[in-house]
Design a protein around this ligand. Sequence first.
Ligand code: BGC
Length: 739
Amino acid sequence: MKNPLILAAAACCLLAGCTAAPAPGALNDPRVDELMKKMTLEEKVGQLVLFTSDWSVTGPTMRQGYMDDIRAGRCGNIFNAYTAEYTRKLQEIAVNETRLGIPLLFGYDVIHGFRTIFPINLGMSASWDGQAIEESARIAAREAAAAGLHWTYSPMCDICVEPRWGRISEGSGEDPYLGSVISAAMTRGYQGTDLSDPATILACVKHFAAYGAPQAGRDYNTVDMSERWFREFYLPPYKAAVDAGALSVMASFNELDGVPATANSFLLKDILRGEWGFKGFVVSDYTGINEMVCHGTAADEAEAGMQAINAGMDMDMQSAAYFNYLKEQVESGKVSMKTLDESVRRVLNVKAALGLFDDPYKYCSPELEASETLTDGNKAFARKFASDCMVLLSNDGVLPLQKGEKIAVIGALAASKDDLLGSWRGAGEVRSVPASILDAICELNGPANVLYAEGCKETGEDRSGFGAALAVARRASKVVLVIGEDCQWTGEAASRSDIRIPGVQSELLGKLAALGKPVAVVLLNGRPLDLSAEVEQAGAILEAWYPGTMGGFAVADVLFGDVNPGGKLSVTFPRNLGQVPVYHYAKNTGRPYVHPEAKYESRYLDVPNEPLFAFGHGLSYTRFDYSDVRLSASSFGGDGNITAECTVTNSGGRAGSETVQLYIRDLVGSVTRPVKQLKGFKKIYLEPGQSQTVSFTIDAETLSFYRRDMSYGPESGDFKVFIGGASDDVREASFRYEE
Ligand code: BGC
C-alpha cells in the first residue's frame, strides 16, 4: 500500500488541508488532528506502544514478532534498532504497509556518545564544562540521527549520593545545581534549536523521579524521602531539562512515597504537566508498567496498564499492557477516550515536530552515516574532552611523567580497550578504539621505554602475576598502575555492597609501593570508591573514569603533562562505606561536631566526619591561589543583588584550568539549611603568572528554598558566601538579605 500520509504531504496536504507544516515544536500540528479523526481505536493504541527490536537487549524480556506488530499498525515506536539501512527497512513497513502510514519513532540509549564514545556521564560532569558537555551531546545526536535514530533516552538527571548504586556512573553526581546545568546542556546538545533538523534528536529526561536514591544502593529498590528534600535536591535537574525544551520524559522504576513512578499522578500530572507545563510525552521505563504487579499496587497487568495511562503515562515501553488491554479498557469505559486521545496526540505531535510527517526517512541516510560517524573531528574532541574530565585526586610530584623515562605499566585494565568504553556505550565498538592506555603510553613515550606486566585481573584472587609485575617495576624508574572496576560492574543492575577496589589489585599496589618506586595509580571506575588504603600507598591517583573511544590517549596526555588535568569531583568520595551518604550540602544538626574530645556530638568514633575527597576537589599540575572574597555591598534586599568576587592567580609553572566554585549558607531559616550549598561556578583558564577576577551575582533566587510552608523563596537574615577551588577549600564573607 502506498503511504497516504506522504501522498498527502506531497499533495499539499490532504491530511491537514493546509499548505505548510507549522513551526516545529509548536506541538499542535493540525495534521495530527486530521489524522486522529481517521484512526481506529487499535491504531491509536498502537501509537502508545514501544517495543524493542532484536538488535540489542537492554532488559529482561523480548517480544518476538515486532515486525508483524508494526505491519498491523499496533506498534508505532521501536527502540534498540539502528543503522540507516535497518531503520529504513522498518520504516518502510510502517509507511507503506499500514493503513495510515504513520512513521515509526526510533529510540535508543545514546548515553555518552553513539559511535564516538565520550567518558561516562559521571566523568563528564567532573569537567564542570557545560559547553563541552553540550558539544558531546551534539556530536552524539549527529551520529545517532545519521543512523536512523530520532530519540535518545538521555539526559539521565538522577541525583545520587549512593556509591553502591551502579547507575551513579550514568548521572552527574550529587549536586542539583551542577546537575541542572548539565541536564540543560545535554538537552540543548541533542535537540538543538530545531527538532526537525535531521542532525538533532529528541531528548528524554530520565528517570523521573528520584531513581538515584534507592535504599541501600540496590538497583530498583524503594525510594522514600520528604517532599521538601525531594524538591530541593532531586527535582531540579529534571526540571532544567524540561525547561531547556526536552519533549519526552521517562518515568523511573522506583516507587516514591509508596506509589510507583510509572503510575504516580503526583509526578506525572501535578508536577510535570501542572507545575512545569510539560507539553511532550511520557514513556515508561522498560516493562515498568507490568512491574507494578510485583510492586503490589496492581493485581495484574491489565490493571497496571489502566493505572498507568490514567496517571498520565503516555507510552508503554515493552510491557505490552497497552498493546494487550488498552483497546478493551477504552471500549468498556475504564479508560476514557479523552485520556487515550490526549496521549496519542502528544506522541503524534512530537513525531510531527521531528519532521517525520514531512519525510519519514529524513533520519535514514547511509551517506550521512558514513560521513558523520567517528570523524577525525569527533575523535579529536573526544580525546581532549576525556582528558578534561579526569580528576587528579592526589599527587606528591610523581606526575607528570617525563617522556623518555623508563615506565612500568601494570594492570589488566591498562591493556583493555573494552573497558575504556564503559557501560551503556551506545553503538560504540571496541574496534573503533585506537589505543589502550598501554598502547598510548607506548606511542607517547616510545615502546622501548615501556615495560608491561598484567600483575592481576580486576577481580579474583589470582596473585600469580605479581612476580612479573614486581620484576618490571624494579627495572623502571616509575610505575603506572591501572586498576579499578570491570566496566560491567557499573551501570544498570550493577550495585555493589563493597566500594573498595575489587580483587587483589590493592594488594599489588602495596607490594609495588614497598619497592620504593614512585607509583602513579590510574583509576578506571564508575562510582566513588573507598580509596583510603590506596591514598597511603600511591604517589598519585588519577581518576580517569571510563574515558571512552579516545580514552587511552587521553590518559597518556594527562600522565605526560601534555594536558594539565582540571577535573573536579561532582560527587564526594567517602573514607569508607560507613560514611555513606556523605555529600557537601549536609546540615549542621543540633549537635555539630566541633569539640575534638566531645562524646555527644554528631561524629564517628572510628573515622573523621570529613570524606576522603570532598565534592569539588581536583588538583592540577599548577597551583591556583585565591584572594579573599570581596562583596560589592554588605547587604541587599528584595529583587536587588550583590556581587561576590575573588581574584585567582596561577602561581605555578604551567597553564591550566580552574573551576571556581560559589557556595552559600543561610544562617537562620524557617527550616534547617545546608552548611554549604553550591550556587554557582565558573571555569577559567590561566597562563602561568596570570590572574583573573571571577565574580558571581547573588540575588533572591540564589537564596531561595522551600520554606516551612513549602512556598519557594528567600528569607531575610544573615548569610555566608564561600568561594574556592573545592567545597572544603574556600574563602568566606558575610552579608545580609532583607525580603
Ligand atoms: C533503563 C533505561 C533505559 C531503558 C531502555 C531500562 O532498563 O532503566 O535507562 O533507557 O532500559 O533501554
